[in-house]
Design a protein around this ligand. Structure first.
Ligand SMILES: [Zn+2]
Length: 278
């Protein structure tokens, strides 16, 4: 499932490739991905030009002219692939968008996905994106505002990070090393975190995600050109490394159940019972 680093890479590539292009046609083979009937969607989007492509958390925002946005969410995983007229299209796809120069992209969803066409005026009312928390790669994501978002939260730290309303873009892949770097057990209650731990968590979020962006995302996800990222299993510190030694203390890494998700932790570096400071 693509998370912030993969979506960031795709948004950058899309921005370079399709900004300035005029939409000529769309094909929607799975109408449930859209937020309006296919015919209305096609009629509305045709002739509009892509001004820019940005990302926020796990969402892609294609800014179109005449005050429209095309919002794309790849759900549990999807291939969003660029094509040009010389290339054969993949056989399986759910959505195709072609520009007037005959280039375009296709989307193939594994499970679910959203392709929503929204006016600027209705954007604040688009529930799925309007409720998103700050994205760790935005300037507005500061230590001060991160600490404010932690205030009065009663959940465990992992649940907090996975809730897109708190921080947008972190999923069950990168959260593993984020918690390890911050030396926090996934079930540590937010209310028990010290100021030092909150700062360490903030730093870990930025470090882990930026590291993957620099490597163009995960090796089992593909980018806009069908290329795999360079973040391989070796790059994880504890994630997916059950039984391997902790990089800090050599204790074997454990896989534990945390709610409906699995967590990979060093039981020594990330104890659930911690010493109160002071
Ligand atoms: Zn350790």
């Amino acid at each position: 499932m693509p998370e912030l680093p993969e979506i960031t890479v795709i948004a950058q590539q899309m921005n370079e490739e399709i900004a300035g292009k005029r939409i000529a046609e769309i094909e929607a083979r799975q109408p449930k991905n859209l937020n309006m009937p296919v015919s209305k969607f096609a009629k509305t989007i045709k002739g509009k030009t892509v001004k820019s492509v940005e990302s926020h958390g796990k969402w892609l925002f294609l800014k179109l002219d005449r005050d429209y946005s095309l919002l794309i969410n790849l759900g549990m995983g999807a291939e969003l692939i660029h094509f040009n007229p010389a290339q054969k299209l993949p056989e399986k796809y759910h959505f195709k968008l072609a520009f007037s120069d005959k280039t375009g992209f296709v989307a193939h969803f594994w499970w679910f996905g959203y392709i929503h066409l929204v006016t600027e005026k209705d954007l604040p009312k688009h529930k799925m994106t309007a409720q998103l928390g700050k994205s760790p790669k935005d300037k507005a994501f500061t230590l001060k505002c991160f600490k404010e978002s932690l205030a009065s939260k009663k959940t465990g730290v992992k649940s907090f990070l996975l809730d897109q309303k708190n921080v947008a873009g972190i999923g069950n892949v990168y959260v593993q090393d984020i918690l390890f770097k911050a030396k926090l057990h996934p079930n540590r209650k937010i209310s028990t975190l010290t100021e030092t731990e909150k700062s360490a968590l903030f730093k870990a979020i930025k470090e882990v995600l930026n590291h993957s962006i620099r490597l163009k995302g995960l090796a089992y996800e593909i980018d806009f050109y069908g290329q795999r990222g360079k973040f391989t299993g070796e790059h994880f510190l504890v994630g997916y490394k059950t039984g391997k030694p902790c990089p800090e203390c050599n204790t074997p890494i454990e896989k534990i159940k945390t709610g409906s998700t699995s967590s990979y932790i060093c039981p020594k570096c990330q104890p659930l019972e911690w010493k109160m400071q002071g």
